[in-house]
Design a protein around this ligand. Structure first.
Ligand code: HEM
Length: 202
């Protein structure tokens, strides 16, 4: 228990993979928006100022290169989280009763943030964004190699549906980022801990 209390709020592998993930995701979002603009699913296009690649071919080049970096980074994070017990001890367990308790505390403005301990809402959000990331990768693979990965395309119910799934998973992650950054603004000391490691509260 002592060793646990003396370790930082966020260990180095979490911090490195978190910030590499942010940089990679930013590039993936921006290049993905350029690719979307070439064949929009909806009645709107993303402004050129927030896209990456300059043209369809350039955007695809960025998207595929960053995809490998994201996959490698996510694999490092997942393997380390499993091996170190981070997943088991910090992101789990998650129960409905704990979630209900923390939702009530939030609405009565009594939810406290303790450095080094995620509340049930945070756990749900972090596990949820990891799930959305997996959905994003799987739907992306189906769109990228629809012939070779025909069975994956079938899982999504067809190529067009896989495109919609990819778009909505991206939107879900975008929504997560907005809420996540708002939370950081409310408790700004968490940002320093994610940069430097920080000191765990007992
Ligand atoms: C694609 C964008 C992002 C994703 C997917 C993401 C995901 C995550 C995840 C999964 C965690 C939990 C990490 C763990 O313990 O294993 C986390 C924590 C954190 N993230 Fe992000 N994040 C993103 C962007 C950002 C940005 C832009 C900021 C800062 C402005 C930020 C600041 C933080 C902080 C401060 C924590 C720790 C929160 C705490 O200790 O209560 N994140 N993020």
């Amino acid at each position: 228990m002592k060793a646990c209390a003396s370790r930082p709020v966020h260990r180095l592998p979490v911090r490195i993979t978190h910030w590499v993930n942010l940089a990679t995701m930013t590039g993936l979002f921006m290049s993905g928006w350029e690719i979307y603009n070439a064949s929009p699913l909806f009645d709107f296009r993303f402004p050129a100022s927030v896209t990456l690649g300059g043209w369809l071919g350039g955007a695809i080049g960025w998207h595929l290169a960053l995809m490998w970096l994201l996959a490698l980074n996510a694999l490092c994070y997942l393997l380390w989280s499993l091996a170190s017990g981070h997943l088991r001890h910090d992101l789990l367990p998650l129960s409905l009763s704990a979630l209900w308790r923390d939702i009530r505390l939030t609405f009565t403005l009594r939810l406290r943030h303790r450095h080094g301990h995620y509340n049930a809402i945070q756990k749900l959000m972090y596990l949820g964004v990891l799930g959305l990331g997996l959905l994003l990768v799987c739907s992306g693979l189906a769109i990228w190699k629809p012939v070779q990965l025909y069975w994956l395309v079938a899982v999504f119910g067809g190529f067009d549906t896989a495109r919609y799934v990819h778009f909505f998973a991206m939107s879900g992650i975008g929504l997560f980022v907005i809420i996540h950054v708002l939370m950081v603004i409310i408790v700004p000391s968490t940002l320093w801990a994610m940069l430097s490691g920080g000191k765990r509260e007992g």
